[in-house]
Design a protein around this ligand. Structure first.
Ligand code: UDP
Length: 319
């Protein structure tokens, strides 16, 4: 297949490019580099099956030649208010990438009769009142809340995707991605794993917000990519959660990072600047992914962190 990936220079887009090239496909990568990095795709520069266009997907996009599949992964994704690349500081771009970008990609999919896969998110469940979150849960999102620019853009993107499927018959799919980590994450985007692993490798105390009792379920990127590719190759149209169902508190997560890295500097409990908007619990129900795609994660936290450390050490100049 010839596959368009928007956000190809991002964390997930670049791993998807690698995996789909390995599967024998041609990739057309697109990114405007507002949060992605040319470093993430530098190794593909001489690959004759990888083409790249520097574009903003929220403007009209034109891709010469046939397009068999489109993966729409372009969006800021970090919820950290302090981060320059987080969606708090890119609110309009985030809404445009989710809304106009999705519409543009669906337009190409309709014209080209492509398979279309939308990168959606566990954030569409908001601060969930149902636990764990199955795809049937409609979510708890405040349209004027501080995370709304991301959450509501992705919710709109899902609605738009289903409209193109139901009204125009486009072959669409939607993946709801839960917390993911691995090499090529932006070390400065302020999310839990980049912050904590960076601090651990520098021998600093780990910044845990609040008491660290809020929970997350962290998935290693190779597992996530495997689930997404299985969904791409399937015929499924309704949303599918992809994530790791092993749930832990942020404090347990930080302690695990200190143990795995041998960091002795402990934990620095900090006031949670995100408290009002920090979802308290999050864990995917992956029954649908298991039964439809025969997928479940294989990499446990310890192995995943070990596989992430070399990239962090290189970026920190510790290699
Ligand atoms: N967090 C933390 N310390 C940090 C960064 C994040 O305690 O240095 C917490 C944050 O409050 C949240 C969880 O870790 O409860 C996961 O945050 P992340 O930014 O990775 O993404 P989210 O799951 O909130 O979208």
């Amino acid at each position: 297949m010839r596959i368009l990936i928007t956000g190809a220079a991002g964390f997930l887009g670049s791993h998807l490019s690698d995996r789909l090239l390995k599967d024998g496909h041609e990739i057309v990568g697109m990114d405007n580099f507002i949060t992605g990095s040319p470093d993430n795709i530098a190794h593909l520069a001489n690959n004759e099956r990888f083409e790249f266009y520097k574009r903003d997907v929220s403007n009209y996009i034109f891709v010469p030649g046939i397009v068999d599949a489109i993966l729409h992964f372009a969006s800021p994704a970090s919820p950290n208010p302090q981060s320059k690349s987080g969606y708090f500081n890119l609110p309009i771009q985030t809404m445009k990438a989710g809304a106009l970008g999705t519409h543009n990609c669906l337009g190409v999919a309709r014209r080209e009769k492509s398979r279309f896969l939308l990168a959606s998110t566990s954030e569409i469940y908001g601060d969930p009142e149902i636990h764990p979150q199955a795809e049937t849960y409609a979510g708890n999102v405040d349209p004027v809340g501080e995370r709304a620019v991301y959450d509501e853009a992705k919710r709109f993107a899902e609605s738009m995707t289903m409209a193109y499927h139901r009204f125009h018959g486009v072959n669409t799919s939607i993946v709801r991605i839960f917390n993911t980590y691995g090499p090529r994450m932006d070390l400065d985007d302020g999310r839990a794993l980049p912050n904590l692993l960076k601090q651990a490798l520098l021998g600093q105390p780990l910044t845990v917000y609040g008491e660290g009792s809020q929970t997350r379920s962290f998935c290693f990127v190779d597992d996530l990519v495997d689930g997404i590719v299985k969904l791409l190759y399937s015929e499924e149209h309704m949303p599918v959660n992809i994530g790791n169902p092993v749930e832990m508190s942020v404090l347990e997560f930080a302690e695990a990072i200190n143990r795995i890295t041998g960091n002795k500097a402990g934990i620095n409990f900090m006031e949670n600047a995100r408290s009002a908007r920090d979802p308290q619990r999050r864990r995917p129900d992956i029954s649908r992914a298991k039964s439809l795609l025969n997928w479940e994660p294989k990499v446990d936290l310890e192995e995943g962190i070990r596989r992430t450390i070399p990239f962090f050490k290189e970026k920190l100049g510790l290699a």
